[in-house]
Design a protein around this ligand. Structure first.
Ligand code: HEC
Length: 264
């Protein structure tokens, strides 16, 4: 390949690859606010995961024991309440679902989720779990805003309740950019119908909107921990390393001054 062609390829990949990824994101993602140091949140997330997700998705690069230790849960307690597959505490977190059967049921086997927050981003997974809505044309009766035509049923439906695509009244925007007013009735703003919003059917879920947000936040927090279990430890050690370097610098500088004293 000539140098020029190589150069133009490089240019195209640099210029257009980000554009392709951007084009993929059709909906705006919600921001995820989690805290890896919040152990109760991670514990609740683990509980939700074991109850609602492990039936289909493994976390095959993570072991139960490591999880119990990092989350501050005694091993006995963890085994009794959070190992629901009959696995041992030293085992990897594996789903018992047969991938071949799963492929028949869902069209694609449920992927392993150990690294999903790093592949898709935390915001993506958070938004995804909040974006299932009723759609009768899909095999499981639900579709997803963030991942259109996804093969997964809404695993947390009983908690969140039913979201439906619907319409609502929004203020009409006038030509000058403000809200349009009714010329006949002073002070009344004009509205128009906009469709495509997701409305929650009140009372169809076991949790309120705030509780569901917290459930999903805890769950994504847990997945974020699983994707990088040593992050907390690394950050703690990092502080010591920097402190050590700072102290070492003083002695190195003093020694350096001593060496050069007679040369200048
Ligand atoms: C009944 C089986 C089932 C359950 C339960 C389930 N999922 Fe899924 N999930 C799937 C399938 C199948 C896919 C693949 C869908 C596709 O690619 O069309 C999927 C895809 C995903 C993806 C997208 C992965 C990617 O990067 O493409 C995420 C994230 C996810 N699931 C998270 C969860 C979480 C979190 C839970 C628990 C609350 C859960 N799932 C429960 C079957 C399931």
């Amino acid at each position: 390949m000539s140098g020029l062609r190589l150069l133009s390829r490089l240019f195209f990949s640099i210029a257009f690859v980000p554009a392709l990824y951007a084009a993929d994101a059709t909906v705006e993602l919600e921001k995820f606010h989690g805290d890896l140091h919040d152990l109760p949140s991670l514990q609740r997330g683990a509980q939700t995961y074991m109850n609602y997700c492990l039936g289909c998705h493994s976390l095959q690069y993570q072991r139960y024991k490591r999880t119990a230790d990092d989350l501050g849960v005694p091993e006995k307690l963890f085994s009794d309440h959070l190992i629901l597959t009959g696995a041992k505490i030293g085992d990897h977190i594996r789903s018992t679902m047969d991938p071949e059967l799963a492929k028949n049921w869902f069209g694609t086997p449920p992927p392993d989720l150990t690294m999903v927050t790093r592949v898709r981003s935390e915001d993506w997974v958070y938004s995804y779990l909040k974006s299932f809505y009723l759609d009768d044309s899909r095999p499981f009766g639900v579709n997803n805003r963030v991942f259109p035509n996804v093969g997964m049923p809404h695993a947390l439906l009983e908690l969140q309740g039913v979201l439906k695509e619907g319409c609502r009244q929004v203020p009409r925007i006038a030509a000058n950019g403000g809200e349009a007013r009714d010329p006949l009735v002073p002070g009344r703003t004009l509205t128009e119908t906009q469709c495509g919003f997701l409305n929650l059917e009140e009372g169809t879920g076991r949790q309120s909107a705030e509780e569901y947000d917290r459930t999903v936040t805890d769950l994504v927090n847990f997945l974020s921990y699983v994707a990088d279990p040593s992050r907390k430890q690394r950050e703690r050690i990092g502080v010591f390393v920097l402190l050590y370097l700072a102290i070492f610098f003083v002695f190195a500088w003093l020694l350096n001054r001593e060496y050069w004293r007679h040369i200048h």
